[in-house]
Each structure stands twice: as structure tokens, then as C-alpha cells.
Write a protein that binds this ligand. Structure first.
Ligand SMILES: C[S@@+](CC[C@H](N)C(=O)[O-])C[C@H]1O[C@@H](n2cnc3c(N)ncnc32)[C@H](O)[C@@H]1O
Length: 281
């Protein structure tokens, strides 16, 4: 018996569907390889070798592939939810008191201004969505923006000069910065943008601190303490290290030492400040 031909026409999608990365193992492999190649490229002097490394990065899908893989990796833990929880707890998510007006005609009731939040390395708009429920003025930036709501900017660029912030969120970004000196610069710039009373949320893969040849958990946490932060929460999961710090004084990092890394450690993650000595360049 011959089959009846279906009268329905096949619907052909106008655009090819975008490939959705589903495997976490593959996503982790992509981000690890991307970090390795970009760090090597940063340290390389030979132009021919730099070109080869750039080609290798392109072959693996470039920054776009990295960004998609990061989206999957970071969906395991929502930093935005954690940050929103902490800000809700203190009530700061509904604004901070404005300085009293010198005018005798001003209302006696203290007014509030929006809480200024800067998110560095925003792979998604989760934090923007949470903070839109409160009285917040949130600026999310990324080197390679994946949404019109995220401003494309390099936090480390001298031309990126935002106003002072109340809160800075830097989740899984320090580990993407290609060398120890630039990581130190990132931390210094974050600190410079926060007044006393400002809050910082920093998340790192635990492996950066547990398996580094150059730094350990305690010496990393000490950076923030020496800069004048009270570490309100240090949360460690099998994969992540999270800090919620509140700036209590203007520290200058004086006396901070890189500390001892792990003998035979598997990675070279380190943090270096202009005046600190380090084996890790
Ligand atoms: C692993 S993703 C982290 C995403 C997100 N913050 C999270 O925790 O889910 C790191 C992001 O930081 C961005 N990034 C790295 N260095 C940066 C810089 N100097 N300025 C702005 N964004 C940066 C990368 O483009 C990438 O999107």
C-alpha cells in the first residue's frame, strides 16, 4: 500500500537554531582551555607564536564559545541570588539614606537614593533582574556583552571610570584575568571605587586558591582584610570560594604577603601588587 503524502508543508526555520551547550564537562573543558590559551598569549613575546595562539583560540570558537560555556558553568550557582539575599537582609536593596539637605525647607523625613551597584563580568542579566525589584542603580559590564542591557567595557581600561559605587560584584572574573599583576590591578581598582561602608562580593573557583603554586586561601582573604574590609561571610563550597566584605577603613594593603602556595600545585594563579614581590609574573 502506498503511503499518503502529508499535505502539511515542513516548516523551515528562518534562522538555523543556535547551538545550546548542554554538557557541563565540555563547558568546563572549553573555559579551562580558553584561560590557558589567553594566559599564554599574554605572556608570549614572539609575534609568530602570538598569532598561532590567536588561531588556536579562534579554532575553539573564540570568546563567544567561552562566553556560552561560562553561562552554563555559572548556572550551577547563582551569585546574583546570593548577592540579592545579602542586600535584602540589610535592606540596602531599597536604597541608602541621602545626606541631609542643608535647606530648612527640606522634609524632616530622610530621603533615599538608589543603591549604586557595579557588576564586573556580567554573563547574564540575572543581577539586573533582581535589582530592578528594589531601589538600585545597577551597571553591569562585560568585555563581550551578550545583551543590550550589559555595557561592553573593560573594567581595567583607564578609560573606564565609573562614579563611586556602594556595591561591587566580581564573580568568577579574577580567574579570567590573564596575569597576577592585572589581578592586583583589578582588586585595587575595585577598592578605589568603594568608600568606607561599601560592599564587595567576590567569587573565585576554589581550585585557584587550593591548588595554586603561588597563593593560598588565607593569604587571598588577607588581601581584603589588609585593604580594610570586614569579611562578613566567607563561603566555601566544593567548587567555589565566596567573599562578602564590607569596607570599614581605608587600608592600603600594607604588610600583605603572597604566602605559600601548594607544593606541586596544579595551577599558577597568583595575585601581585605593584609593591609586592612574587614568583608569579
Ligand atoms: C566566568 S564569566 C563569569 C560570569 C558571571 N559573573 C558569573 O559569575 O556567573 C567571566 C566574565 O568576565 C568577563 N571579564 C573578564 N575580564 C573582564 C574585564 N577586564 N572587564 C569586564 N569583564 C571582564 C568575561 O568576558 C566573562 O564574561
Amino acid at each position: 500500500m502506498s503511503k499518503k503524502k502529508s499535505s502539511k508543508k515542513k516548516v523551515v526555520p528562518l534562522k538555523p537554531p543556535t547551538k545550546v551547550l548542554k554538557s557541563r564537562t565540555l563547558a568546563r573543558k572549553i573555559t579551562t582551555k580558553f584561560h590557558k590559551l589567553t594566559s599564554r598569549k599574554e605572556a608570549e613575546k614572539d609575534p609568530k607564536r602570538i598569532r598561532e595562539l590567536e588561531e588556536e583560540i579562534e579554532e575553539m570558537g573564540g570568546r563567544d564559545a567561552y562566553q556560552k560555556a561560562s553561562q552554563l558553568n555559572t548556572s550551577i550557582f547563582s551569585t546574583s541570588k546570593w548577592v540579592w539575599g545579602k542586600l535584602s537582609h540589610t535592606g540596602r536593596n531599597f536604597g541608602v539614606p541621602s545626606p541631609p539637605s542643608p535647606s530648612p525647607l527640606a522634609s524632616a523625613r530622610p530621603s533615599k537614593r538608589p543603591l549604586k551597584i557595579l557588576e564586573i563580568g556580567a554573563i547574564n542579566t540575572q543581577l539586573l533582574t533582581y535589582t530592578s525589584k528594589g531601589n538600585c542603580d545597577t551597571l553591569s559590564i562585560d568585555l563581550n556583552s551578550q545583551s543590550p542591557q550589559i555595557q561592553e567595557a573593560n573594567f581595567l581600561s583607564p578609560t573606564f571610570n565609573p562614579v563611586q559605587q556602594d556595591v561591587i560584584v566580581c564573580s568568577m572574573v579574577l580567574n579570567c584575568v590573564p596575569n597576577a599583576r592585572l589581578r592586583g590591578e583589578m582588586i585595587n581598582k575595585i577598592n578605589g571605587l568603594l568608600p568606607v561602608g561599601g560592599e564587595v562580593f567576590v567569587v573565585l573557583p576554589l581550585l585557584c586558591l587550593a591548588q595554586s603554586q603561588f597563593i593560598n586561601r588565607k593569604s587571598y582573604e588577607n588581601i581584603w582584610i589588609k585593604l580594610g574590609y570586614e569579611l562578613k561571610e566567607i563561603r566555601v563550597t566544593p567548587k567555589l570560594h565566596m567573599i562578602w566584605g564590607v569596607k570599614r577603613r581605608e587600608g592600603d594593603g600594607e604588610g600583605w604577603k603572597e604566602g605559600k602556595g601548594k607544593v606541586g600545585g596544579k595551577n599558577t594563579f597568583g595575585i601581585q601588587f605593584e609593591n609586592s614581590t612574587s614568583n608569579n609574573k
